[in-house]
Design a protein around this ligand. Structure first.
Ligand code: GRF
Length: 213
């Protein structure tokens, strides 16, 4: 057993409840990580205020008025590298990352999304799921590539749609699952052997190292 904790950066744009869930999982000893940076691209994000009140290292790198996306990302990268983060957890971070940024942290960026991907990427997804008439929705944690909510899937939780649901009520039940799923998925990646084959994230030792059944 190792007592090493992995330094992570959490990137947010708003409320920050998934950041809080990761923080809580760490505090409760369920996630062998430490948050070395909470970064927001929005100065007024509620989550950044909360992170400050917890005494965490925070940074605001405003995307509005930053000039180009590349210029903004350079500053975000500087903060992440200065903080020594090995993993980046996007938690309601409303910016699409460039291929260059993603390539700087290969398979070390995670995102949480409130639908069962690949259904309903993007924004306003609970309404989109209701409009489509799905009976089951949920949430997804995935590795980030340069596409929109398109990287390899690490974990998912299903949430049943109820007949009286609107986007808010469905979103609340999905969010409860998000809060458990994010720490679980990151914890598996940090503590288990895993690899990517095609689009699949496979846990456990590589096939050629496995004993015959
Ligand atoms: C969550 O629903 C997450 O899945 C999505 O944005 C929302 C962020 O909520 N990417 P919070 O800021 O973590 O409360």
């Amino acid at each position: 057993m190792t007592s090493r904790t992995t330094p992570i950066a959490v990137l947010i744009s708003g409320r920050g409840s998934n950041f809080e869930a990761l923080y809580g999982a760490i505090r409760e000893g369920r996630l062998p990580a430490r948050i070395v940076l909470v970064l927001s691209n929005v100065a007024t994000a509620a989550g950044i205020e909360h992170a400050r009140s917890l005494g965490l290292h925070t940074a605001v790198v405003p995307s509005r008025g930053a000039g180009s996306r590349a210029a903004h990302e350079v500053r975000v990268r500087e903060e992440i590298e200065r903080a020594g983060a090995e993993w980046i957890c996007l938690a309601g971070y409303l910016r699409l990352l460039s291929a260059d940024f993603v390539a700087a942290f290969p398979n070390r960026i995670l995102n949480i999304h409130p639908s069962l991907l690949p259904s309903f990427p993007g924004l306003d997804v609970q309404q989109a799921a209701l409009d489509h008439g799905v009976r089951i929705s949920g949430c997804t944690v995935h590795l980030v590539d340069a596409g929109l909510d398109s990287g390899p899937i690490v974990g998912q939780r299903a949430v049943e749609v109820r007949s009286g649901d609107d986007a808010a009520s469905l979103g609340r039940r999905i969010l409860q699952q998000e809060h458990e799923l994010y720490a679980d998925a990151l914890g598996r990646l940090l503590t288990q052997a895993w690899r990517i084959e095609g689009r699949r994230v496979l846990f456990g030792p590589a096939a050629n190292a496995r004993k015959a059944d």
